[in-house]
Ligand binder design. Structure first.
Ligand SMILES: Cc1cc2nc3c(=O)[nH]c(=O)nc-3n(C[C@H](O)[C@H](O)[C@H](O)COP(=O)(O)OP(=O)(O)OC[C@H]3O[C@@H](n4cnc5c(N)ncnc54)[C@H](O)[C@@H]3O)c2cc1C
Length: 417
């Protein structure tokens, strides 16, 4: 049954997060407009690895990994890199990143993420069925590979944390890895399999299908760039380059670009783009049947409807710096170490996107204090596909009065004040 409410909401940003929010609000009977200068789903939500990693509840900053992470950040050829010119700019973000790695804080973050990702796999599968593309979300499991015990030991803390939050893990030896994924090289001798994880078979098409469902329910998707969010008597105005739009409430879901729209309202959020890359190979010459992660290289290899996607790496540098082609090409070379039969072809397609990352690996969700009617839904970092559906459900639930505001407390924008 659909209810119509006499209330309007503007969602700023049509990435996977904004689209899920818009879809859930549309279902709840709200009049929804989504504003975005780009095609729905075409930014970070198009080129990601599509893994629905509900078990990824360990933050990036873990006790004991900070030192090795910083060594990597300094090396231009490592999977994690901060260019020299960007260190000063990123310093406040890194200060918070280090603070988030205390054992007590890590436990709190794991609890919060675990709550946010509860049933994310089932909820994405239900969404895919609802919007007419059930084949686009598959419960394939996820396989993480290690070269030896010492490499696995470095990640032991994060695996223990996941297990402690109920995530199912299976340890694999070399033979079991080869049985599961025969194309994987003998270099990788240990594996951790997460059987309950899922994957989207084509992230852009999934986002486009959600956008189509938003429109089918009467929602509008408007091509415009929001330049200011202006509080008004009893509501909000979004000022855009092409027009002005009124609504009772706003949900800000502009991914890595969200910070700029909050600054004039007095909110400075430590949001950084962790620029990630992919190479898409249409005829890889090998078969990979589920997301396979080369832990030492920090890359995902995922089978898509269109071929094999090799995705990963983290590069700081902000929203304006041009892509570093070398980083995308390195993905191909590193993937060959994991899958020796891989053929990259003459021209694999390259892509770079902006992961919207908060230093504590948690998104900013919920209302903005002193700005009634303004809500946040951004900063999902490495897990925006995973977290998008429950973000939409939580926000729609809160608007309907069925989800209490305390549910948003761990994700509040006030945690950075
Ligand atoms: C290489 C890589 C691999 C990844 N793999 C995974 C994975 O396997 N699993 C997973 O869960 N996540 C993964 N992620 C992360 C995931 O892709 C992101 O967290 C997610 O796409 C963020 O979605 P979003 O809607 O917040 O942002 P976006 O998709 O970037 O959408 C934000 C939208 O806001 C719009 N916008 C910007 N400024 C304005 C403005 N002024 N007015 C209006 N609109 C505006 C933009 O045009 C854009 O469309 C990966 C990311 C990368 C880079």
């Amino acid at each position: 049954m659909s209810v119509t409410r006499d209330e309007s909401v503007i969602v700023v940003g049509a990435g996977i997060v904004g689209l899920c929010v818009a879809h859930e609000l549309g279902k709840a009977g709200y009049r929804v407009e989504v504003i975005d200068p780009a095609e729905p789903g075409s930014q970070c939500s198009s080129g990601n690895a599509g893994a629905i990693s509900a078990g990824s509840v360990a933050p990036l900053a873990m006790p004991g990994v900070i030192k090795s992470a910083f060594k990597m950040f300094l090396d231009p050829d490592s999977p994690l890199h901060v260019p020299m010119h960007y260190w000063l700019h990123a310093a406040p973000w890194f200060t918070r990143f280090i603070a988030a790695a205390s054992p007590q804080r890590v436990g709190q973050i794991a609890d919060a993420l675990s709550g946010l990702f509860t049933d994310a796999v089932e909820n994405h599968m239900a969404l895919a069925r609802e919007i007419g593309c059930p084949e686009r979300v598959v419960k394939s499991g996820q396989l993480h590979l290690y070269v030896d015990e010492a490499a696995l030991a470095k990640d032991a803390g994060s695996w223990r944390l996941r297990e402690s939050r109920g995530v199912k893990l299976e340890m694999l030896d070399a033979a079991a890895i080869r049985e599961m994924e025969p194309a994987v090289s003998e270099r990788y001798r240990l594996g951790v399999f997460m059987p309950e994880q899922a994957a989207v078979t084509e992230p852009l098409r999934y986002a486009q299908a959600i956008a189509a469902a938003v429109r089918e329910r009467g929602g509008k998707i408007i091509r415009d760039k929001a330049t200011a969010l202006v509080p008004q008597q009893g509501g909000w105005q979004v000022q855009g380059e092409q027009g002005r739009y009124q609504a009772d409430r706003i949900v800000l879901a502009a991914g890595a670009w969200s910070g700029g729209l909050l600054r004039p309202l007095g909110w400075h959020v430590p949001l950084e783009s962790q620029r990630g890359y992919h190479l898409d190979v249409t005829e890889p010459g090998v078969r990979i049947t589920r997301p396979v992660v080369l832990s030492d290289r920090k890359i995902f290899m995922v089978p898509l409807e269109t071929g094999l996607r090799i995705a990963g790496t983290v590069e700081f540098g902000g929203l304006a710096m041009p892509p570093t082609e070398r980083r995308a090409l390195a993905l191909g070379e590193h993937a060959k170490e994991g899958v020796p039969g891989l053929q990259l072809g003459a021209q694999p397609s390259m892509w770079m996107g902006h992961r919207p990352c908060m230093p504590d690996s948690m998104p900013v969700l919920g209302p903005v204090p002193q700005h009634e009617g303004l809500w946040c839904a951004f900063g999902h970092g490495h897990l925006g596909v995973t977290g998008s559906i429950n973000t939409g459900r939580l926000i729609a639930g809160a608007f309907r009065g069925e989800v209490g505001l305390q549910r948003f407390a761990p994700f509040s924008i006030t945690r950075f004040r």
